[in-house]
Design a binder for this molecule. Structure first.
Ligand SMILES: *[C@@H]1O[C@H](CO)[C@@H](O)[C@H](O)[C@H]1NC(C)=O
Ligand SMILES: *[C@@H]1O[C@H](CO)[C@@H](O)[C@H](O)[C@H]1NC(C)=O
Ligand SMILES: *[C@@H]1O[C@H](CO)[C@@H](O)[C@H](O)[C@H]1NC(C)=O
Ligand SMILES: *[C@@H]1O[C@H](CO)[C@@H](O)[C@H](O)[C@H]1NC(C)=O
Ligand SMILES: *[C@@H]1O[C@H](CO)[C@@H](O)[C@H](O)[C@H]1NC(C)=O
Ligand SMILES: *[C@@H]1O[C@H](CO)[C@@H](O)[C@H](O)[C@H]1NC(C)=O
Ligand SMILES: *[C@@H]1O[C@H](CO)[C@@H](O)[C@H](O)[C@H]1NC(C)=O
Ligand SMILES: *[C@@H]1O[C@H](CO)[C@@H](O)[C@H](O)[C@H]1NC(C)=O
Length: 447
């Protein structure tokens, strides 16, 4: 992209100087002018819906240009946006794109499968700046929780995804703040080459009795070559959770406060459908006040699918006040022990490493710092799961242990591992206590 644009601009200036041609008004004289050329009107007030102008601006900037949404300006979007035609475009977002919270309108008019307020797609897309994509989740969370959901698996109250990308190549997101999505903040599907850098993702309720639900930072299906470098995430659910079919994933430097963890999955939900995740490195992460550090969750039950998770490395995790620092759940989701035994997971889990973990747990699970439950199916492989160089302290004092059910070959020598029905496991779980919360707020990669 940069190449063709530069040569086109070079051509214009060469022609201008040699032939002294007066360029007609409106033709950009420089790269900066060219890139700055597609301004759109910003909203005058919070109900001033500029979605039509936004779409026009994107069309103008497409094929080699830039749409600039300046700092201090608000762009209210009140209609679904189909932006799946993108090709070689930059969007500099320093202002705020804010989706309206007209719940009845969106529920009637958003795109389905999955439900979203907009869809993005194409090739060579770069969205950068210090601006905000604001999903205004507050009303959605409140109405959703009023209905007593998440008990509702029927999705009678559907909530849209803030940033949905499909069938794309080379998507680059830098600096953007994803804020208060009604549900997941991102879903990326059928895409090769996705790169996040310096992004922020927060979901904060202003109502003490209502918490954001299912507000994951990142979810995906069918992706290849994903990098996340320096992300600051404070949401109430998974910090990072690639789902079915992810290959070559690298997370480096992520701050996760109050999250459910660095989660692979859930995977293998649907009968007859394969789920494959391989070649994943998640490293240099700070996991605070959450459920799990590194976790893998795979479905069991009569309608579960099949597949594998292999070659996943969780490395250099600093933990503070998490329930477990490592977790494998093969009885997802809410499958009771009996059903799980009857219909165990058909996902193979192999070559998983938890390496160089430090910090402390919450004490909720006593001295147990990690728990791995393999599928009980004789056909499902669960092997080469290793914990190495682990210095995580339970705040309750006494030796840290892990609980392991069914890992063939064990967990390595670093952390003693006992089956869940052992006396050791029961005693360690019973040693409950309460550790301190972590109020660490620095960007860990900027000491
Ligand atoms: C908080 O949310 C609950 C549930 O929707 C609602 O009943 C209550 O009025 C909200 N409180 C405020 C201060 O908005
Ligand atoms: C789910 O939908 C079914 C059929 O419409 C209904 O009978 C059931 O009560 C619903 N469950 C919940 C939790 O809303
Ligand atoms: C995206 O790609 C998948 C796999 O090639 C295809 O099945 C699907 O129809 C595509 N979706 C769209 C919206 O083009
Ligand atoms: C981290 O999360 C906890 C609870 O989940 C919250 O009380 C605290 O304010 C958060 N810290 C920061 C820096 O956002
Ligand atoms: C994952 O990939 C496999 C093999 O390509 C495919 O059969 C399956 O449908 C994919 N799963 C999902 C959830 O898209
Ligand atoms: C495991 O995944 C990492 C990260 O993608 C990759 O560098 C490495 O080659 C993979 N190892 C094997 C044995 O495939
Ligand atoms: C799981 O591993 C077993 C044993 O190697 C193999 O027979 C089976 O095909 C694997 N399943 C999947 C879904 O890869
Ligand atoms: C181990 O992880 C800590 C962060 O928890 C990091 O400071 C240290 O450099 C890591 N050690 C190695 C050998 O990478």
């Amino acid at each position: 992209m940069r190449f063709s644009l530069l040569s086109a601009t070079g051509l214009i200036s060469a022609v201008a100087s040699v032939l002294a041609v007066e360029l007609p008004p409106g033709v950009p004289r420089s790269l900066e002018e060219f890139r700055g050329k597609h301004p759109i009107r910003s909203s005058e007030h919070v109900e001033d819906d500029i979605s039509a102008e936004f779409l026009d601006g994107i069309k103008e900037a497409n094929n080699g240009g830039l749409l600039h949404l300046p700092k201090g300006e608000l762009f209210v979007i009140g209609k679904p946006l189909d932006l799946t035609f993108l090709n070689d475009i930059e969007i500099r977002l320093d202002g705020e794109i804010r989706f309206t919270d007209d719940v009845p309108f969106w529920q009637a008019s958003g795109y389905k499968h999955p439900f979203q307020v907009g869809k993005w797609g194409g090739n060579d897309i770069r969205i950068y700046g210090e601006g905000v994509l604001n999903g205004q989740g507050q009303r959605w969370w409140e109405e959703f929780s009023d209905l007593g959901i998440p008990a509702d698996n029927n999705y009678t109250y559907a909530r849209p995804i803030l940033f949905y990308v499909q069938n794309s190549t080379n998507v680059n997101i830098e600096g953007i703040h994803f804020k208060d999505s009604p549900i997941w903040h991102q879903l990326i599907e059928w895409t090769t080459g996705i790169h996040y850098r310096d992004v922020i993702c927060t979901a904060h309720s202003t109502n003490a009795s209502v918490h954001p639900a299912n507000s994951d930072f990142f979810d995906s299906q069918n992706i290849w070559d994903l990098t996340v470098e320096r992300a600051w995430v404070d949401v109430g659910d998974d910090c990072f959770s690639p789902k079915s079919n992810a290959t070559n994933v690298h997370v480096n430097q992520m701050y996760c406060n109050g999250s459910h963890g660095q989660s692979i999955g859930s995977l293998g939900e649907h009968v007859g459908v394969g789920s494959y995740v391989e070649d994943v490195v998640i490293e240099n992460v700070w996991m605070l006040n959450g459920q799990h550090g590194g976790r893998i969750k795979v479905w069991a039950g009569p309608t579960a699918g099949h597949g594998y998770v292999k070659n996943v490395t969780f490395r250099n995790f600093w933990n503070a006040n998490n329930e477990y620092v490592g977790f494998l759940d093969s009885c997802y989701w809410k499958i009771d022990a009996e059903t799980c035994l009857e219909h165990p997971s058909r996902m193979n889990i192999s070559d998983i490493v938890f390496e160089n973990f430090s910090g402390y747990t919450s004490g909720k699970n006593g001295r147990v710092i990690a728990r791995f439950t393999c599928s009980s199916s004789p056909d499902a492989v669960c092997e080469n799961i290793q914990m190495r160089n682990i210095a995580v302290e339970p705040p309750c004092g006494g030796p840290a242990i892990a609980i392991c059910d069914g890992i063939s070959g064990g967990l390595g020598d670093d952390v003693p591992c006992y089956p869940s029905d052992s006396e050791e496991a029961k005693a360690a779980l019973a040693d409950k206590c309460e550790g301190p919360r972590s109020d660490y707020t620095g960007k860990p990669w900027e000491p």
